[in-house]
Design a protein around this ligand. Structure first.
Ligand code: SF4
Ligand code: SF4
Length: 140
Protein backbone atom coordinates (compact mmCIF):
# COMPACT_ATOMS: atom_id res chain seq x y z
CA UNK A 1 0.00 0.00 0.00
CA UNK A 2 1.43 3.41 -0.97
CA UNK A 3 2.69 5.72 1.76
CA UNK A 4 2.11 8.80 -0.40
CA UNK A 5 -0.62 11.00 1.07
CA UNK A 6 -3.93 10.99 -0.80
CA UNK A 7 -7.15 12.95 -0.27
CA UNK A 8 -10.65 11.49 -0.09
CA UNK A 9 -13.94 13.38 0.10
CA UNK A 10 -16.42 11.88 2.53
CA UNK A 11 -19.96 12.68 3.55
CA UNK A 12 -20.75 11.38 7.02
CA UNK A 13 -24.27 10.77 8.25
CA UNK A 14 -24.74 10.58 11.99
CA UNK A 15 -27.79 8.96 13.48
CA UNK A 16 -29.45 10.93 16.30
CA UNK A 17 -27.52 9.33 19.16
CA UNK A 18 -24.04 9.64 17.68
CA UNK A 19 -23.66 13.39 17.12
CA UNK A 20 -21.57 14.15 20.19
CA UNK A 21 -18.67 11.82 19.46
CA UNK A 22 -15.32 13.66 18.93
CA UNK A 23 -14.65 12.04 15.56
CA UNK A 24 -12.44 14.73 14.03
CA UNK A 25 -10.22 14.74 17.12
CA UNK A 26 -9.65 10.98 16.81
CA UNK A 27 -9.06 11.09 13.06
CA UNK A 28 -6.31 13.68 13.58
CA UNK A 29 -4.76 12.24 16.72
CA UNK A 30 -5.09 8.48 16.24
CA UNK A 31 -4.83 8.19 12.44
CA UNK A 32 -2.61 11.16 11.60
CA UNK A 33 -5.13 12.54 9.09
CA UNK A 34 -5.51 16.13 7.95
CA UNK A 35 -9.16 17.13 7.97
CA UNK A 36 -10.78 19.87 5.95
CA UNK A 37 -14.43 20.34 6.84
CA UNK A 38 -16.56 21.88 4.12
CA UNK A 39 -19.89 21.81 5.84
CA UNK A 40 -21.41 20.49 8.99
CA UNK A 41 -24.78 20.25 10.60
CA UNK A 42 -24.32 18.53 13.89
CA UNK A 43 -26.90 19.40 16.51
CA UNK A 44 -27.05 17.42 19.76
CA UNK A 45 -29.87 14.88 19.77
CA UNK A 46 -30.62 15.32 16.08
CA UNK A 47 -29.24 13.49 13.09
CA UNK A 48 -26.21 15.24 11.62
CA UNK A 49 -24.05 15.57 8.53
CA UNK A 50 -20.41 16.37 7.98
CA UNK A 51 -18.80 16.87 4.57
CA UNK A 52 -15.03 16.74 4.69
CA UNK A 53 -11.77 15.95 2.96
CA UNK A 54 -9.38 13.60 4.68
CA UNK A 55 -5.71 13.58 3.68
CA UNK A 56 -3.23 10.92 4.75
CA UNK A 57 -1.83 7.57 3.67
CA UNK A 58 -4.28 5.11 2.16
CA UNK A 59 -3.77 2.80 5.14
CA UNK A 60 -4.55 5.54 7.67
CA UNK A 61 -7.62 6.63 5.71
CA UNK A 62 -8.88 3.04 5.64
CA UNK A 63 -8.28 2.67 9.39
CA UNK A 64 -9.95 6.04 10.02
CA UNK A 65 -13.03 5.14 7.98
CA UNK A 66 -13.28 1.79 9.76
CA UNK A 67 -13.19 3.66 13.07
CA UNK A 68 -15.97 5.99 11.88
CA UNK A 69 -18.11 3.04 10.76
CA UNK A 70 -17.50 1.27 14.08
CA UNK A 71 -19.31 4.19 15.76
CA UNK A 72 -22.44 3.53 13.70
CA UNK A 73 -21.81 6.52 11.42
CA UNK A 74 -22.58 6.02 7.74
CA UNK A 75 -20.03 7.12 5.16
CA UNK A 76 -20.99 8.09 1.67
CA UNK A 77 -17.87 8.62 -0.44
CA UNK A 78 -19.80 9.41 -3.61
CA UNK A 79 -22.57 11.76 -2.65
CA UNK A 80 -21.96 15.41 -1.94
CA UNK A 81 -24.05 17.78 0.10
CA UNK A 82 -24.84 19.67 -3.09
CA UNK A 83 -27.05 18.52 -5.93
CA UNK A 84 -27.26 19.97 -9.42
CA UNK A 85 -30.40 19.07 -11.33
CA UNK A 86 -29.62 18.94 -15.02
CA UNK A 87 -33.33 18.98 -15.87
CA UNK A 88 -34.00 22.17 -13.93
CA UNK A 89 -30.88 23.92 -15.21
CA UNK A 90 -31.81 26.50 -17.86
CA UNK A 91 -28.15 26.83 -18.91
CA UNK A 92 -28.30 30.54 -18.12
CA UNK A 93 -24.68 30.61 -16.92
CA UNK A 94 -25.36 32.89 -13.94
CA UNK A 95 -23.67 30.54 -11.50
CA UNK A 96 -20.40 30.11 -13.42
CA UNK A 97 -18.64 33.37 -12.42
CA UNK A 98 -19.69 32.79 -8.80
CA UNK A 99 -18.19 29.30 -8.58
CA UNK A 100 -14.70 29.63 -7.08
CA UNK A 101 -13.45 26.22 -8.21
CA UNK A 102 -14.97 25.85 -11.68
CA UNK A 103 -17.10 22.98 -10.42
CA UNK A 104 -19.84 24.61 -12.47
CA UNK A 105 -18.35 25.58 -15.79
CA UNK A 106 -18.89 25.99 -19.52
CA UNK A 107 -16.05 23.91 -20.98
CA UNK A 108 -17.27 24.17 -24.58
CA UNK A 109 -17.96 27.70 -25.82
CA UNK A 110 -19.68 26.30 -28.93
CA UNK A 111 -22.40 24.40 -27.08
CA UNK A 112 -22.35 26.72 -24.00
CA UNK A 113 -23.55 23.77 -21.95
CA UNK A 114 -23.12 23.86 -18.18
CA UNK A 115 -21.14 21.00 -16.68
CA UNK A 116 -21.09 20.17 -12.98
CA UNK A 117 -17.95 18.47 -11.69
CA UNK A 118 -18.77 17.16 -8.23
CA UNK A 119 -15.09 16.46 -7.46
CA UNK A 120 -14.26 20.16 -7.69
CA UNK A 121 -17.17 21.38 -5.57
CA UNK A 122 -16.16 22.74 -2.16
CA UNK A 123 -19.80 23.33 -1.14
CA UNK A 124 -19.47 27.07 -0.72
CA UNK A 125 -23.16 27.32 -1.71
CA UNK A 126 -22.61 30.47 -3.82
CA UNK A 127 -24.41 28.89 -6.79
CA UNK A 128 -27.56 28.25 -4.76
CA UNK A 129 -27.85 31.96 -3.98
CA UNK A 130 -27.56 33.07 -7.60
CA UNK A 131 -29.43 30.34 -9.50
CA UNK A 132 -32.78 31.76 -10.64
CA UNK A 133 -34.19 28.30 -11.41
CA UNK A 134 -33.38 26.42 -8.19
CA UNK A 135 -31.34 23.96 -10.19
CA UNK A 136 -28.78 23.60 -7.39
CA UNK A 137 -29.80 22.63 -3.91
CA UNK A 138 -28.32 21.60 -0.63
CA UNK A 139 -28.96 18.07 0.57
CA UNK A 140 -28.88 19.36 4.13
S1 SF4 B 1 -21.27 25.08 -4.07
FE1 SF4 B 1 -19.64 26.55 -4.60
S2 SF4 B 1 -18.01 25.25 -5.41
FE2 SF4 B 1 -19.85 23.99 -5.44
S3 SF4 B 1 -20.70 24.28 -7.47
FE3 SF4 B 1 -21.69 25.80 -6.15
S4 SF4 B 1 -20.45 27.66 -6.36
FE4 SF4 B 1 -19.23 25.95 -7.15
S1 SF4 C 1 -27.57 29.54 -12.47
FE1 SF4 C 1 -28.84 27.69 -12.26
S2 SF4 C 1 -29.99 27.58 -14.17
FE2 SF4 C 1 -28.29 28.99 -14.50
S3 SF4 C 1 -26.66 27.71 -15.35
FE3 SF4 C 1 -26.33 27.77 -13.15
S4 SF4 C 1 -27.41 25.96 -12.36
FE4 SF4 C 1 -28.14 26.30 -14.43
Amino acid sequence: MSTEPITRKLMLYFPECETEKPIVYHLVKDYDLIINIFRARVTPEEEGYLVLDVTGTEEHILQGTEFIRSLGIRIDAVNKGLAWDENKCAQCGSCVPHCPTNALSIPDRNTMEIVFNTEECIECLSCIKVCPFAAVSSLF
